[in-house]
Design a binder for this molecule. Structure first.
Ligand code: SAH
Ligand code: DHB
Ligand code: MG
Length: 224
C-alpha cells in the first residue's frame, strides 16, 4: 500500500469512528464556527480525541480539572461535559481574544458556571496557583506552546496528587519527534522521555489520527 493510500485509509477510519461516537451536535458545531469566524487557528483537538478526553474525565471521576491552553474552548467543553455537577475546570490562556471567544462558547454551551478561564502566561499562573496552595487537580491537560511542555510537567506534578492524571496533546506531531528539527519537536521529545523515565509517573503515548498522525500522552501520578 502506498503512503497516500495509507493516509486515505487512516482518515476514513477516523471518520468512521467519528460518525459513530463523536457526532458534533449544534453546540460543538457552533463553537468551531465561532472560533473560525474570530480568526483563531484551527488547532483544537479532533472530535474523537475530544470524546476520549471526556471519557477519561468520567472514568477517572475527576472533579477538578486544569487545562493549559484554552483556544476557543473546544476541548474545555468536552472536559466540562465529563465533570459531575459540582466539578470545575480551570483553563489557562495567554491570548485575551482567544479567552473571550472561549467564554462566549462556554456560555452558549451552558457550561460557564463550571469553567473559569484565567488569562496570562501559563507559567506565571501555575506558579501563582502553587504559591497560593490550591487544592490539587485530579486531571491536568497540557496543550499550550510545545516549548513549555517540560516546565508545564514540573508544575503539573506540584499541582497534582497520587492518582491524578496528567495528559498532554501533540506528543507525536506527525512523527517529527522521531528526528526533531525544530525547538518545539525537541521539547516534545524531551517531554516524552521525561514521562517515560519519571519515577513518579506511569505513562504511555497513544498515537491518534488527526490531520497528521499525532498523539496523546497519558500519565498517572504514583504514590511517594
Ligand atoms: N486545548 C485547545 C487548543 C489549545 S491551542 C483545544 O483543543 O480546544 C494552544 C493555546 O495555547 C492557544 O490558544 C495559545 O494562545 C495558548 N498559549 C500559547 N502559549 C501560551 C502560554 N505561554 N501561556 C498560556 N497559553 C498559551
Ligand atoms: C498544532 C496542533 C495542536 O493541537 C496544537 O496544540 C498546536 C499546534 C498544529 O497542528 O500546528
Ligand atoms: Mg494541541
Amino acid at each position: 500500500m502506498s503512503k497516500d493510500d495509507f493516509r486515505e485509509l487512516t482518515k476514513d477510519i477516523d471518520s468512521y469512528v467519528e460518525g459513530l461516537f463523536a457526532t458534533p451536535g449544534e453546540v460543538l458545531e457552533r463553537t468551531l464556527r465561532r472560533s473560525e469566524e474570530a480568526g483563531l487557528p484551527e488547532i483544537q483537538v479532533s472530535p474523537n480525541q475530544g470524546k476520549l478526553l471526556r471519557l477519561l474525565t468520567e472514568i477517572s471521576g475527576a472533579r477538578r480539572v486544569l487545562e493549559i491552553g484554552t483556544l476557543g474552548g473546544y476541548s474545555a467543553i468536552h472536559f466540562a461535559r465529563g465533570l459531575p455537577r459540582n466539578g470545575t475546570l480551570i483553563s489557562l490562556e495567554l491570548d485575551e481574544q482567544h479567552a473571550e471567544v472561549a467564554r462566549e462558547n462556554l456560555e452558549y454551551a451552558g457550561l460557564a458556571g463550571k469553567v473559569e478561564i484565567l488569562v496570562g502566561e501559563a507559567k506565571k499562573l501555575l506558579e501563582a496557583m502553587v504559591e497560593s496552595g490550591v487544592v490539587p487537580f485530579d486531571l491536568i491537560f497540557i496543550d499550550a506552546d510545545k516549548e513549555g511542555y517540560p516546565e508545564y510537567l514540573e508544575w503539573s506534578l506540584k499541582l497534582s496528587r497520587p492518582g491524578s492524571l496528567i495528559l498532554a496533546d501533540n506528543a507525536i506531531r506527525g512523527g517529527s519527534v522521531l528526528e526533531p528539527e525544530d525547538e518545539s519537536a525537541r521539547a516534545t521529545r524531551e517531554f516524552n522521555e521525561t514521562l517515560a523515565g519519571h519515577p513518579r509517573l506511569s505513562a504511555i503515548v497513544l498515537p491518534l489520527i488527526r490531520e497528521r498522525i499525532d498523539g496523546l500522552a497519558i500519565a498517572r501520578v504514583l504514590e511517594g
